[in-house]
Design a protein around this ligand. Structure first.
Ligand SMILES: [Zn+2]
Length: 219
């Protein structure tokens, strides 16, 4: 399997937003960062620290083409719903089907039913899934479930980045934040750094930061 570093133009976003942002753009056009099972494997490995309840499953996942299709469908559904929620005026968001998108999210969320498992004495509630659940399916379902919470939040922070040429979304975590990234806020350049131009070292550092900051708990 590929160990190529990947693909996180906005690494601090919630994981469902990271999945939305696997569609990204540069001056050459719009790209899909999870176009192959190998790329999805690398992406799951990169985001696993942000999925503490299923981090081990996400790292173990070896998605096949069927899994890839499910992740792409979930990704496209989340982008449609984000576009609707943010009144996204960008051309790529014009053709959205929110009924189908909601159905796709629900199918993904229900793909691996989970229940809360108590950890003591840490008093943590950890989602548990049936033992035979495939790791890729567990990860898909967990991301969809987190997305539901993001999409129904009464004070949604989800935003479309309206910098010219950008196709990303972000969670507005500061009152003055208007862009997905510093590069989109820079008037001298309006496209975020392409993921493939990130160095392996950058991604490793980000993983370490996540591991420190996400209180990772293995199931
Ligand atoms: Zn942007």
């Amino acid at each position: 399997m590929s160990t190529e570093p990947v693909l996180l133009p906005t690494p601090d976003e919630p994981v469902p937003v990271l999945l939305m942002n696997t569609i990204w753009a540069d001056t050459a056009g719009v790209h899909d960062a999870i176009a192959t099972p190998q790329q999805l494997t690398a992406w799951l490995d990169a985001v696993s620290p942000r999925l503490p309840a299923i981090a081990a499953a996400a790292r173990r996942a070896r998605p096949d083409k069927g899994d890839l299709a499910q992740f792409q469908r979930l990704r496209d559904a989340l982008r449609d719903l984000a576009a609707e929620l943010t009144d996204d005026p960008r051309p790529h968001a014009a053709h959205r089907n929110v009924t189908r998108a909601a159905r796709e999210v629900n199918e993904a969320s229900g793909a691996a039913p989970s229940w809360p498992r108590l950890r003591w004495p840490s008093r943590a509630a950890v989602p548990a899934v049936p033992a035979r659940t495939r790791p890729a399916t567990a990860a898909l379902s967990a991301i969809a479930a987190e997305a539901v919470g993001l999409l129904v939040a009464s004070d949604t922070t989800l935003r479309a980045c309206l910098a010219p040429g950008c196709v990303l979304y972000f969670a507005k975590d500061h009152p003055r934040r208007e862009w997905c990234s510093a590069s989109c806020g820079n008037p001298s350049r309006q496209l975020p750094s392409p993921p493939h131009r990130r160095t392996a070292q950058t991604v490793v550092i980000q993983r370490r930061m996540w591991a420190v900051g996400s209180d990772v708990a293995e199931p």
